[in-house]
Design a protein around this ligand. Structure first.
Ligand code: AMP
Ligand code: MN
Ligand code: MN
Ligand code: MN
Length: 302
C-alpha cells in the first residue's frame, strides 16, 4: 500500500496496459506477473479494441494476489481525429460491447494492407507482411507492429522515429481511418456495466473549442472519467487535465500504457499518485473489482 496524498489513501492502481493480444509484447499472464512484481495492487489490461486477453489476465492477476478490473482501449474518431477511450469494469461477455469492438477491429486488415502499399511506394517493401508476422492477433495489426518491423529492418533507429517519419498524419505510411463513434463507444461500455474514461487526452491535437466539445459530448453520452496520470502527459498536461476533471465532474485515472519491456519508458505501476483533490475512478468501480476473495463470484460472472 502506498502512503496518503492530501488525505486520500491511494493504492497502486495501473489501469492502462497492453498485451500481445493487441500491440503489447507480453502474453496477458506474463504482463500480470510483471505488474505484480512492480508493485501494482489493482490492475487492468486494456488491449486496443479487444477483450480476448481478459480471461487469462484475470486468472493470473487473482493468482498473483492483485485486484483486477476488466478493460479495453477503444479507438474513436471525433472531429476528424483519433481519440482513445478506456472502458473499465464492464462485463466482458456483453454482446453489444463485443460486437462493437469486433466492428471497430474489422477495418484494420484493409488499413494495414494499404499502409503496406503506401510504404512500398515510398521504397519500403514487405512492410505489411513484416508487421503481420509480428502481430500476436491477426485482427489487430497496428501501427506499432509496422514500427517494430521497420526498426528490426534497420530503416529507423527507434519506434518514435518510425512514427515521426512514416506513420503520422501527412507521412507516407499513414492511412486515414474512421474508427468507432464517441457516443456508440461510451454506450457499449456503460451498458455493459463499465465506466468510460478518456485516455491520455494530452495526445490529441485539438483546438480549445474541439477539446471542450469532446469533453462536453463525452459527459452527455455518459462518460465518467479522464486519464490524468499517463506517461503521455507533461506536468503541465497533468495540471490542465486535473482542472478539466474538476470542471466536468469526471473521476481521474492512472495508467502506465505499458506495451513492452525496453520499449515503454514507464514501468507498470510506476507513476506518481493522483492529486488528492481528484476522485479516483476505482472508487466508483468498487463493485466491479475482482479480488481473490471474490474469485468464485468472478468466475460465474465472466
Ligand atoms: P493504431 O491503433 O494502429 O493507430 O496504433 C496506435 C498505437 O501506436 C498506439 O496505441 C501506440 O501504442 C503507438 N504509438 C503512437 N504514437 C507513437 C509514437 N510516437 N511512438 C511509439 N508508439 C506510438
Ligand atoms: Mn498501443
Ligand atoms: Mn492510446
Ligand atoms: Mn494504450
Amino acid at each position: 500500500m502506498r502512503g496518503d496524498n492530501g488525505g486520500v489513501h491511494l493504492i497502486n492502481a495501473d489501469l492502462h496496459s497492453h498485451s500481445a493480444v493487441s500491440d503489447g509484447a507480453l502474453a496477458p499472464g506474463a504482463l500480470a506477473a510483471r505488474a505484480a512484481a512492480s508493485g501494482v495492487e489493482l490492475w487492468a489490461l486494456t488491449d486496443h479494441d479487444e477483450v480476448g486477453g481478459l480471461a487469462e489476465a484475470r486468472d493470473a492477476a487473482l493468482d498473483l494476489g492483485m485486484d483486477w478490473l476488466s478493460g479495453t482501449e477503444v479507438s474513436v474518431t471525433f472531429a476528424g481525429e483519433t481519440v482513445h477511450v478506456l472502458g473499465l469494469g464492464f462485463d466482458p461477455a456483453d454482446e453489444h460491447l463485443r460486437s462493437g469492438l469486433a466492428a471497430t477491429r474489422s477495418g484494420r486488415q484493409e488499413r494495414a494492407r494499404r499502409m503496406g502499399e503506401d510504404l512500398a511506394r515510398a521504397g519500403i517493401h514487405g512492410a505489411f507482411e513484416g508487421a503481420a508476422a509480428l502481430a500476436g492477433n491477426p485482427d489487430l495489426v497496428s501501427r506499432t507492429h509496422f514500427a517494430r518491423h521497420l526498426v528490426d529492418k534497420g530503416v529507423c533507429a527507434s519506434l518514435h522515429e518510425v512514427f515521426r517519419r512514416y506513420l503520422k498524419p501527412g507521412k507516407p505510411g499513414y492511412v486515414p481511418h474512421r474508427w468507432a463513434g464517441l457516443g456508440d463507444t461510451v454506450r457499449w461500455i456503460t451498458r455493459a456495466g463499465g465506466m468510460a474514461v478518456i485516455a491520455h487526452p494530452g495526445r490529441c491535437a485539438f483546438t480549445v473549442n474541439e477539446e471542450f466539445a469532446l469533453f462536453s459530448e463525452f459527459v452527455a453520452h455518459g462518460g465518467r472519467g479522464v486519464e490524468v496520470l499517463t506517461p503521455a502527459h507533461t506536468l503541465a498536461d497533468q495540471t490542465r487535465f486535473a482542472g478539466i476533471a474538476l470542471e466536468f465532474g469526471l473521476d481521474a485515472s492512472r495508467g502506465s500504457d505499458f506495451h513492452a519491456p525496453g520499449e515503454s519508458r514507464v514501468e507498470l505501476g510506476a507513476l506518481p499518485d493522483l492529486p488528492g483533490r481528484l476522485h479516483p475512478v476505482w472508487h466508483r468501480l468498487q463493485g466491479r473489482i475482482h479480488s481473490r476473495q471474490r474469485r468464485r463470484e468472478a468466475q460465474e460472472w465472466m
